[in-house]
Ligand binder design. Structure first.
Ligand SMILES: NC(=O)c1ccc[n+]([C@@H]2O[C@H](COP(=O)([O-])OP(=O)(O)OC[C@H]3O[C@@H](n4cnc5c(N)ncnc54)[C@H](O)[C@@H]3O)[C@@H](O)[C@H]2O)c1
Length: 294
């Protein structure tokens, strides 16, 4: 169901690779809500992915941009102003990549060149985009910028690797730039911390199937899907949320506020029942023995 929430608004969507991408869902939803869009991704992703299908569906143009290149970003923003015939209203940063994750290099054996690449692509790119937009005065007053984040910025999650550090920096950039752009132009900048979602980037994390099962059991509302994330982003691009800025907004079915849930504890108990683990039984016996002694 569409409500024309973005009627008359224009925006740039970074990071739609294929129809599983969160950015893809946001673009479809924004188009349905009346927005005029411009799509962008790295040149290799445009060649490998399906972005032209999305461009057809949303009647948008595609402009290549590798977000590590300031030159590419400047070219994109200048061309966008030309195509839109002026400033635009919203930006979605939906970009993440870690060469260490891709090459299965664990956090405690990190390759520092790759680490810097992770930070450049996944976090500094937000700063580069914002600084370029500000220099070119490209975003309308009361515009809205969203970057997608993950709870590994606050809590340690096994095997999330250097992406955790990238997300922590990303969220900090949203606050620091949110202050500057807010006081000057009333432009709001937020991060949306999304549940684990089955996408190309998400599925690269080692142990992803177990993680998504765990968070589904822990969150009282269950994991948020990519479509639900898109719905949420639309509200943040709309005029209904004009005073929300510099926030990291959890969109995770309540996972971030949980300690332990009934569903997760049941599964944990089941694993005890299922296994014939003598160490565990020995441990229980020891505890009983100790308790009797006390
Ligand atoms: N999938 C999840 O579980 C999950 C959970 C929380 C947050 N997120 C975040 O959501 C965002 C989108 O990821 P996704 O899950 O939709 O996966 P995705 O693989 O569909 O999107 C990642 C995008 O980053 C783009 N990208 C990589 N390097 C780039 C570069 N140099 N220049 C420009 N673009 C580049 C890719 O081409 C791709 O389109 C990421 O920031 C990710 O960390 C994902």
């Amino acid at each position: 169901m569409a409500y024309n929430l973005l009627k008359g608004k224009k925006g740039i969507i970074f990071g739609a690779l294929n129809e599983m991408s969160i950015a893809w869902k946001v673009a479809e939803r924004a188009y349905d809500e009346g927005a005029e869009l411009l799509l962008t991704n790295a040149p290799f992703a445009i060649r490998m992915g399906d972005i032209s299908t999305l461009a057809g569906k949303t009647k948008s143009q595609v402009i290549p941009c590798d977000v590590t290149s300031l030159e590419d970003i400047e070219n994109l923003i200048k061309k966008s102003i030309g195509i839109f015939g002026g400033k635009f209203d919203f930006v979605l940063h939906s970009i993440g990549m870690s060469p260490n994750v891709r090459k299965d290099i664990p956090y405690d054996h990190t390759n520092y060149e790759y680490f810097l690449k992770t930070l450049d692509i996944s976090a500094l790119s937000l700063h580069k985009i914002l600084q370029t937009c500000r220099n070119l005065d490209a975003i309308n007053d009361w515009g809205s910028v969203i970057a997608l984040s993950y709870i590994a910025a606050q809590r340690t999650l096994d095997r999330y690797n250097d992406m955790a550090d990238a997300k922590a920096i990303l969220e900090s950039i949203a606050r620091s730039f949110g202050y500057i752009y807010g006081k000057e132009k009333n432009i709001r900048i937020n991060t949306v911390s999304q549940s684990p979602t089955r996408t190309t980037a998400g599925s690269r994390i080692d142990g992803f199937d177990s993680l998504i099962d765990f968070t589904e059991r822990m969150a009282p509302l269950g994991n948020a899907t990519a479509d639900e994330c898109a719905d949420y982003c639309i509200t943040l691009f709309s005029d209904l949320t004009r005073k929300v800025t510099m926030q990291n907004l959890f969109h995770d079915g309540g996972f971030s506020s949980m300690g332990m849930s009934e569903k997760a504890i049941r599964q944990y108990e089941k694993s005890f029942e299922d296994r014939n683990n003598t160490d565990f039984m020995d441990f229980i016996d020891t505890q009983k023995f100790c308790c009797k002694r006390v």
